[in-house]
Ligand binder design. Structure first.
Ligand SMILES: O=C1O[C@H](COP(=O)(O)O)[C@@H](O)[C@H](O)[C@H]1O
Length: 250
């Protein structure tokens, strides 16, 4: 069963998420030297800045030099492009790390980008798959208003991504949300990970939260992940996003 934390403004969702990540870090580093985490783009990035950089109580306890940071999905654009998930994370978080204890960060190989070239897109996905460890300690995911997460989109056109059982990273083409070409992790990576957290805020997510938590529509990648991996899934949502969910006793 999934765990859901619903936060009001005063509860401070970024602080709660920061505390959760810190606990994951400490738990992992008590048995290993490296904390391997994969993050999303979109609205999550600003929550990470607030929770891990601005919150000094938490930031002082983050052992960045023991972190390996990967991306659950990435748009196939140069790393300094405004649509790059790595680029957004760099500006919001990495550029604020002032001491020498920096994490190892694994962006896509931008030298492989060759515009509109199908085989180069596939190569970028294959190259990223080689970088990914067998097991990630923590996955931090977003949820789009259409129920997508990573670049796993609902609908027949993108079913090939959700159905993939072998490849761990795939090229997502014709993304309904621009940019059109992306790479994304697939379900085997979610299956192998230790913990999964979703972060969702705002009114624009109200309808989709109802579809995920009340209707449990398994055509939605997010609802499917709840059903498949519920025991290791935690949702951090704010009260605005959760306002239309009827079954609040999850
Ligand atoms: O395109 C993307 O969207 C999702 C959701 O973003 P959000 O801004 O609605 O939270 C994000 O998780 C994913 O990484 C990103 O590439």
């Amino acid at each position: 069963m999934v765990t859901v934390y619903v936060h009001s403004e005063a509860d401070n969702l970024p602080k709660k998420l920061g505390q959760y990540i810190l606990n994951q870090q400490n738990k992992t580093l008590s048995r290993s030297n490296t904390f391997k985490i994969a993050i999303s783009g979109g609205s999550l990035i600003n929550v990470l800045r607030l929770g891990l950089i601005e919150n000094k109580n938490i930031s002082s306890k983050i052992k960045w030099d023991h972190w390996e940071i990967y991306f659950v999905d990435e748009r196939i654009v140069p790393l300094n492009h405004p649509d790059s998930n790595y680029g957004a994370f760099k500006v919001a978080v990495l550029d604020n790390l002032t001491n020498s204890k920096l994490p190892k960060v694994f962006p896509i190989n931008e030298s492989l980008i060759n515009n509109n070239n199908k085989s180069s897109h596939i190569k970028i996905a294959e190259d990223y798959e080689k970088l990914l460890p067998k097991q990630l300690d923590s996955l931090l995911l977003g949820c789009g208003p259409d129920g997508h997460t990573c670049s796993l989109f609902p609908g027949l056109k993108h079913k090939y991504l959700l159905e993939e059982q072998t490849k761990r990273v795939m090229w997502c083409h014709d993304s309904p949300k621009p940019p059109s070409d992306r790479i994304t992790i697939t379900l085997p990576v979610l299956n192998d990970s230790v913990e999964i957290a979703f972060v969702t805020e705002g009114e624009s997510k109200q309808s989709i939260m109802h579809e995920i938590f009340d209707l449990k529509d398994l055509n939605l990648p997010t609802a499917l992940i709840n059903a498949l991996y519920g025991d290791k899934v935690t949702w951090f949502v704010n009260d605005k996003a959760f306002a239309k969910v009827e079954n609040k006793d999850i």
